[in-house]
Write a new protein. Structure first.
Length: 180
């Protein structure tokens, strides 16, 4: 059974906890006042941010998005889902971005658990929020791409021997000019 939210009246993203041990969720308010908390992984937020940017670029949306406001969000949402996968589409009649979410462990994987439409401005604002949340995490190792903890990182590209990234080599352009 799919929960239909219609055009969202509010949407935002949140992260709880310290970098490396954070929990992430989207909060949605639907047309009829219904509320949903969609719990997801950081990688899902990254993928959603990228998908929103690509969709808005195709739609030539380049306005400055308004700040997200969800003052009316209840303490306990009517719908509380742990998201396994998501899909996105476009609704031509009102030029909205459609978000389909699928809950982990639901037997009928063909039907989305929740379907909501976002205005292009809401999608842009959400994308900006997602980027801020993602940037607030642990730094990424420039060698292997894995997250680095505050106490260091045993990089697999350095065979685990170095707790610090290997510095970039200087270019040999200056040396080759003198050899000619």
């Amino acid at each position: 059974m799919t929960v239909e939210f219609g055009l969202a009246t509010g949407v935002d993203a949140q992260a709880f906890g310290q970098p490396g041990q954070r929990t992430f969720r989207l909060r949605l308010l639907g047309e009829a006042g219904q509320a949903a908390s969609l719990w997801m992984e950081k990688e899902q937020m990254q993928a959603l941010s990228l998908a929103l940017k690509q969709m808005l670029a195709q739609l030539d949306f380049d306005e400055t998005p308004p700040a997200a406001e969800l003052d009316a969000f209840p303490v306990v949402a009517e719908h509380d889902f742990r998201i396994g996968r998501m899909g996105m589409g476009f609704n031509p009649p009102d030029s909205s971005v459609v978000l389909f979410t699928y809950e982990i462990g639901v037997e009928d994987e063909q039907e989305p658990t929740l379907r909501v439409r976002l205005s292009q401005a809401q999608a842009a604002a959400l994308g900006g929020q997602l980027d801020e949340i993602i940037a607030g995490g642990r730094p990424i190792c420039p060698l292997c791409g894995l997250a680095m903890d505050a106490g260091g990182h045993a990089c697999v590209r350095a065979n685990g021997h170095s707790k610090q990234p290997i510095p970039e080599e200087e270019s040999d352009e200056d040396d080759s000019a003198g050899d000619a």
